[in-house]
Ligand binder design. Structure first.
Ligand code: AMP
Length: 412
């Protein structure tokens, strides 16, 4: 047997109805806030991700699916901010005087060790706003995210917020971190030893138990933030308060690359074990320039749909379309049901299915039950003679004889 590739999986009913609900809500909420959809290619030039995510990140150094295509190096997209920014620049949206608000839903690819909530092909729903520094937009992006998660009936989740400063204050902060960390370097994990030299901010991200006392003792970025960043962060918090959004301040929440600036946030959900981050986002005021566009500020988030779906309750799903299951008790009754009942119901928008398997009535009723329909229609010789059908309510169990002409009216 040929199996699906490690870290990939098939999604079908009943799980797929949860996806459908989440995707529909995402589209509706984006429309409510004025975001339009963008669909970018699944593969892009490798260089886009090297520049757009950063050469020194785990994604770029270890996790990308990259292959040679003629003279080109191509990569399956591991995330979608860099592709959206590429499309923004390539399509001249950076020449528009208006701001650009986009959303996307689609698969991403990372060669990670698969486990619950972590796959090699997974899907993200994300949004990006380009062209404004207004802190109210930071709050809007977060509000949209929280509203979306709430709409999927996930109950346990929390928002963590931080500011990572900008190119003025961050060098001062990272220099301070290096100064404080270098003398203790030998006591820290191998990754941190490397990070202290290459990307000290990333030390704050370390999860190794033994390193925690050292990291906890480090200063927060607050005292290093320049005036503009301080004012911006305070304003983001003001707008979040206006929207009644609660959060915890996580001074260790970082995005390690220079083009990520100011606002950074993450949403953590309960009941997911170690892979409990459902969404992350923040500002990237230098990324458009980095990718060859006119200086344009940006902010967005990416939410992992696979993880969100794991956190959604069973009740959160798109309802099935079939409301009626039709059971025939003879060959003639089958033809009668096929022609005179099924077709008019569908024409009137009432989803129905006729029992093709034609086993016993008992087996057919079991099928109807399993499909979760509201009604069963039974037809035999008697019903045919009267131009009627027997309608059974699957919830209450009561049955009634209804004339064919009244069937549609009754079921509506
Ligand atoms: P990131 O692009 O790394 O900030 O990730 C954003 C969100 O995507 C995370 O919070 C996860 O919910 C989701 N995600 C990232 N990597 C994976 C993966 N390998 N499998 C499933 N979900 C993922």
């Amino acid at each position: 047997m040929i199996r699906a590739i490690k870290g990939t999986r098939d999604i079908f009913s009943p799980e797929v109805e949860k996806w459908q609900l989440a995707e529909r809500n995402a589209r509706e909420i984006c429309a409510l806030y004025g975001y339009t959809e963008i669909r970018t290619p699944i593969f892009e030039a490798t260089e886009l991700f090297a520049r757009g995510i950063g050469e020194i990140t785990d994604i770029v150094t270890k996790q990308m699916y990259t292959f040679q295509d003629g003279d080109d190096r191509i990569t399956l997209r591991p995330e979608n901010t860099a592709p959206v920014v590429r499309a923004f620049v390539e399509n001249g949206m950076d020449n528009e005087p208006t701001i650009t608000k986009l959303y996307y839903i689609g698969p991403m690819f990372r060669r990670e060790r698969p486990q619950k909530g972590r796959y090699r092909q997974f899907s993200q729903f994300g949004i990006e706003v380009l062209g404004t520094e207004n802190p109210a937009v930071d709050a809007e992006v977060i509000e949209l995210l929280m509203r979306f998660i709430g709409s999927t009936q996930v109950l346990e989740y929390r928002l963590e917020l931080n500011s990572v400063g900008c190119s003025i204050d961050r060098p001062r902060y990272t220099a301070k971190l290096q100064e404080l960390l270098r003398p203790q370097k030998e006591k820290m994990c191998a990754d941190c030893q490397d990070r202290i030299e290459r990307n000290p901010l990333r030390v704050l991200d370390c999860k190794v138990e033994a390193d925690q006392p050292i990291i906890d003792a480090l200063p927060a970025i607050d005292e290093f933030l320049e005036e503009g960043c301080k004012i911006h962060f305070a304003a983001v918090q003001k707008y979040l308060a206006m929207s009644n959004i609660t959060y915890t301040r996580n001074k260790r929440l970082v995005r390690g690359l220079d083009y990520y600036t100011r606002t950074a946030f993450e949403v953590i959900a309960g009941g997911l074990g170690s892979q409990n981050a459902v969404a992350g986002g923040g500002r990237y005021d230098k990324l458009v320039e980095e990718l060859g566009g006119k200086p344009t500020t940006g902010i967005g988030f990416a939410l992992g749909l696979d993880r969100l779906i794991l956190a959604m309750p069973e009740s959160a799903r798109e309802p099935g379309g079939v409301k009626v299951f039709i059971v025939a008790m003879s060959d003639a009754a089958f033809d009668y049901a096929y022609e005179k009942i099924q077709a008019p119901l569908r024409q009137n928008g009432i989803g129905c299915e006729v029992d093709y398997q034609r086993r016993s009535v008992k087996a057919a009723m079991r099928q109807a039950d399993k499909r979760g329909v509201d009604w069963t229609i039974l037809v035999g010789e008697d019903e045919m003679k009267d131009n009627a059908a027997t309608l059974k309510n699957m919830k209450g169990g009561e049955q009634q004889r209804v004339s064919i002409n009244e069937l549609v009216e009754k079921l509506k």
